[in-house]
Design a protein around this ligand. Structure first.
Ligand code: SAH
Length: 412
């Protein structure tokens, strides 16, 4: 068994059950890519079993803190079973579910999403790459499903020295007389139908983490009768559909009719799908406008034209993947938030998000506050939002809190 000896005093985070071992903490030892190593303190005491990543700054990721645990097929079956069983205890209003969320589920570098009867997995660490076949079998066994697609094309794989890998991992070959499984899928989220393509969509095809915030947005649009809605970084229009649903519900309840959603994204295919989602869900296409444009430039245009909105969503891509990018990212977040707050009508509501691991909830709050100060806009923070429960945060891994949001109501 290969070992990894830490430098004296470097065991502290492991004793708190944090699963990462940085290159700088290591005195000696190592293994092959993804190989299981015994991690020891400077004085030789057992700390953890971990997967070695020869090229990453995160040089090893912990599988278990239990010395008697064997890291073998049985371990992966049990870990997958635990994560999947836990999902049944979460409050998930969709048949698109994140079954395994990496470190939070004790499986660093593994993401598994279930879309109806199809599984999509992303292997982003040397350890999960090494155990890929075993994990794939465990997933099928524990879900009873047959189709597993791989989307290991996240850029972080390069840090692990791994090439991108995509395609069917299990159940992709057409059985005799049967068609190959579809890449194009439909899920039901709350009362909405949403489509995705597991080969071409972002991440594993869809942003499942925003499920609850979309519903929350629909609730606000309905309750406050918000009629001029702007959805920035709309991707395939999840928040746009939510807004239209909120408007429809308000009308049914006797609220004022009318209302329009403007959605902006710079991806043509995403916009096409967003547009299709409007009619798929039975809403009037005339009430949804889609713009293939840069959000920053569009917000400036709107201001120049004196436009105002009653509800705005800002859900940008990851501006700061790590803390090292935080400063530049903070400026970018502040810019769009300042513009959005200026565009918001008095009493209007901003749903603003950051999915950057490098921006803490506290820092994000400060950024939005300082955007408000620059905009000369006062606001109430009505709610703090986070990722849906199937993207869990855990006590021991604070980095799991990557998605944070604020609901701000403009005073006036
Ligand atoms: N809110 C979406 C997810 C947003 S993901 C949902 O609920 O599904 C971020 C989106 O921002 C992507 O679709 C990407 O195409 C888009 N994007 C990135 N940079 C952009 C820019 N400068 N202007 C407009 N859209 C941008």
């Amino acid at each position: 068994m290969k070992t990894l000896r830490l430098r004296p005093g470097k065991e502290r985070s492991l004793l708190r059950r944090h699963p990462w071992i940085f290159e700088s903490a290591i005195a000696k030892g190592g293994g092959d890519s993804g190989e299981t190593v015994r991690v020891e303190s400077g004085d030789g005491k057992f700390l953890a079993w971990a997967a070695f990543s020869p090229t990453s700054r995160i040089r090893a990721r912990v599988w278990s803190f239990d010395e008697s645990q064997r890291i073998d097929a049985t371990f992966f079956v049990a870990s997958c079973a635990n994560a999947i069983r836990t999902r049944a205890r979460f409050d998930l209003k969709s048949d698109g579910v994140r079954l395994i969320h990496g470190e939070s589920d004790g499986l660093p570098g593994l993401i598994v999403d279930r879309y109806g009867d199809t599984l999509v997995a992303q292997f982003t660490s040397a350890g999960t790459e090494r155990w890929k076949g075993v994990i794939a079998d465990a997933l099928l066994e524990q879900t009873g499903l047959a189709h597993l697609y791989e989307r290991s094309d996240a850029s972080v794989r390069a840090l692990e020295g791994l090439e991108p890998a995509t395609g069917w991992l299990r159940g992709g070959v057409a059985a005799a007389g049967k068609d190959a499984p579809p890449l194009e899928l439909t899920i039901r989220e709350h009362q909405w139908q949403l489509t995705l393509n597991i080969a071409e969509g972002h991440k594993t095809g869809f942003y499942l983490d925003q499920r609850d915030s979309r519903k929350r947005f629909a609730d606000y649009v309905q309750r406050l009768n918000l009629r001029r809605v702007l959805n920035c970084f709309c991707y395939t229009g999840g928040f746009s559909v939510a807004a239209l649903a909120g408007m429809a519900a308000a009308e049914q309840a006797g609220g004022q009719g009318g209302g329009e959603v403007v959605s902006i994204d710079s991806s043509g295919p995403a916009l096409e799908r967003a547009r299709a989602h409007v009619s798929l869900n039975g809403f009037d296409p005339a009430r949804a406008q889609f713009m293939d444009a840069d959000v920053n430039a569009s917000l400036r245009e709107f201001l120049k034209d004196g436009k105002r909105f009653d509800a705005i969503v800002l859900d940008p891509p990851k501006f700061a993947p790590t803390a090292a990018h935080a400063e530049r990212a903070a400026r970018a977040y502040k810019d769009i938030n300042r513009l959005a707050l200026q565009l918001l009508s008095p009493g209007g509501v901003l749903f603003t998000f950051s999915c950057s691991g490098g921006i803490s909830a506290d820092l994000f709050h400060k950024i939005v506050a300082s955007a408000g100060a620059d905009a000369g806009v006062d606001g109430y923070i009505l709610e703090r939002l986070g990722g849906a429960q199937d993207h869990p945060m855990t006590l021991e891994f604070p980095e799991g809190e990557y998605l944070k949001g604020l609901v701000v109501m403009r005073k006036g």
